[in-house]
Ligand binder design. Structure first.
Ligand code: FPP
Length: 262
């Protein structure tokens, strides 16, 4: 087991000097970080490359940032890989994103047990190609054998926050119709259990690179009390130092959850 853990079991940051976030004051580092991986297309256009080259670079950034999150003790990383609206893009672009996902899933099947990385999907997998769905089932099975304490990456695929809420509502209604639930017993905790994120704490920090400042149908339910961090950096250029800055910003925020400061 790695040395240098604090009382919560988190690893000390590898780069604890300079701009790195610190654990001595402010909010505890986030357990769950969610990222809208935006700016791949613009990154590619700036270099005269096809948009698909931006997604390829973006997928590598995902790998780098997931590794860093695991190393510094972030427990969950959730990324927006493909939204319910992204089907509007060209067939070439959609196929390229699906091919990248397949490549990373194939790699994950071989390495997640060794590296103790749990992988989970949020989203409606129904229209996803059978081979990708089979791979996602395979990674789910491996995840089930890994410890709940291990780092977990959640990939949002054919995901929309509204769609997730509708699917949850439908499942709850079906359970009521079959006598397994009662409408009067529905509360936030029960409803959360029907979401794709069931059992996973809400993200404390949501990051959107590329200068855009909107939620774009991402984690609508789970973001209720999240802190937001925006940066002009395009996702393929996002690095560990930028994540350090996001965490430092989060730690300095005054989180009141609707109350008043004591
Ligand atoms: C948004 O940037 C990015 C996407 C819609 C696709 C993200 C997908 C990947 C990084 C590839 C696979 C993911 C994993 C987890 C392996 P954009 O294309 O909208 O950028 P733009 O706003 O500059 O056009």
């Amino acid at each position: 087991m790695a040395e240098n853990r604090d009382e919560t079991g988190r690893l000390a940051p590898p780069r604890a000097n300079g701009t790195a976030w610190d654990r001595t004051g402010g909010n505890a580092p986030p357990r769950h970080i969610a990222i809208i991986m935006d700016g791949n297309g613009r990154w590619a256009a700036k270099r005269g490359l096809p948009r698909t080259a931006g997604h390829k670079a973006g997928a590598e950034t995902f790998r780098k940032i997931a590794t860093y999150c695991k190393d510094i003790g972030v427990k969950y990383l959730t990324v927006y890989a493909f939204s319910t609206e992204n089907w509007k893009r060209s067939e070439t672009e959609v196929s390229a994103i699906m091919a990248l996902l397949k490549k990373y899933l194939l790699e994950a099947v071989d390495t997640m047990e060794r590296d103790h990385i749990r992988l989970h999907f949020f989203g409606d997998m129904t229209p996803i190609a059978p081979e990708l769905r089979r791979l996602a089932r395979e990674t789910d099975e491996i995840t089930e054998h890994l410890s709940k304490d291990d780092f977990q990456a959640n990939v949002c695929l054919n995901y929309g926050g509204r769609d997730e809420i509708l699917r949850a509502a439908r499942r709850f209604a079906a359970d009521c119709a079959e006598g397994r639930q009662k409408p009067e017993d529905l509360d936030e905790a029960v409803f959360s259990g029907y979401l794709d994120s069931a059992g996973i704490p809400d993200p404390e920090l949501i990051i959107r690179p590329s200068g855009e400042q909107r939620l774009s149908n991402f984690l609508l339910w789970q973001s209720a009390y999240a802190e937001f961090y925006y940066t002009d950096t395009l996702w393929p250029d996002f690095d560990e130092a930028e994540l350090d800055r996001a965490i430092a910003a989060y730690q300095s925020r005054d989180r009141r959850f609707g109350g008043v400061k004591k």
